[in-house]
Design a protein. Structure first.
Ligand code: DQA
Length: 178
């Protein structure tokens, strides 16, 4: 099973290329997805890429990432600066979270200086346009999480196939070791 890196994008990022190109550039969200997939491939990982303008949908994907992903890259866009719901959902994860922005919010309006993602993020990449996403994924290179997830997944799928029907209790015990 391939390692999955979740890349989650918030409101208005579907408008990339059209929306304020002097700030966000001319690339589209499809370009961002292509770049993420290419970068992840070099790490032997696969990207699960999502965008929504709806807060609840973002929260559902964050919750899904808890068991499905080895890392989460998130550009929560405007919700970065306002969403306690996203903060709470991120807090429940024990995989690395990397906060990403195309622009540098700290060089912009005051209301963009507050982030509800930063306090739970392992790292933050901002200001490099769509290259921020590439740098974030590249930053995972050689990190133990990719390896740890690999072991857990390999064990899960091996034990799951071999003995899961008979040893559900013991399997859960083993899982908690990783
Ligand atoms: C953004 C910065 C946010 O302040 C803004 O609301 C966005 C995009 C960025 O990628 O630069 O929508 O997250």
């Amino acid at each position: 099973m391939t390692k999955q890196i979740y890349v989650i994008n918030g409101p208005n990022l579907n408008m990339l290329g059209i929306r304020e190109p002097h700030i966000y550039g001319h690339n589209t969200l499809q370009d961002v997805q292509d770049l993420c997939e290419l970068t992840a491939k070099a790490l032997g990982a696969e990207v699960v890429f999502h965008q929504s303008n709806v807060e609840g949908e973002l929260i559902n994907w964050i919750q899904e990432a808890r068991t499905a992903a080895c890392a989460l890259i998130i550009n929560a866009a405007s919700l970065t600066h306002s969403s306690i719901g996203i903060y709470d959902a991120l807090k429940a994860l024990d995989i690395p979270i990397i906060e990403v922005h195309l622009s540098n919010p700290h060089a912009r309006e005051d209301f963009r200086h507050k982030s509800y993602v930063s306090p739970v993020a392992f790292g933050v990449v901002a200001g490099f346009g769509i290259q921020s996403y590439r740098l974030a994924i590249d930053g995972l290179r050689g990190k133990r999480w990719l390896f740890k997830w690999n072991l857990k997944t390999a064990l899960d799928s091996f034990l799951g196939r071999a003995i899961y029907p008979f040893k559900r209790f013991h399997l859960n015990g083993l899982r908690s070791m990783f």
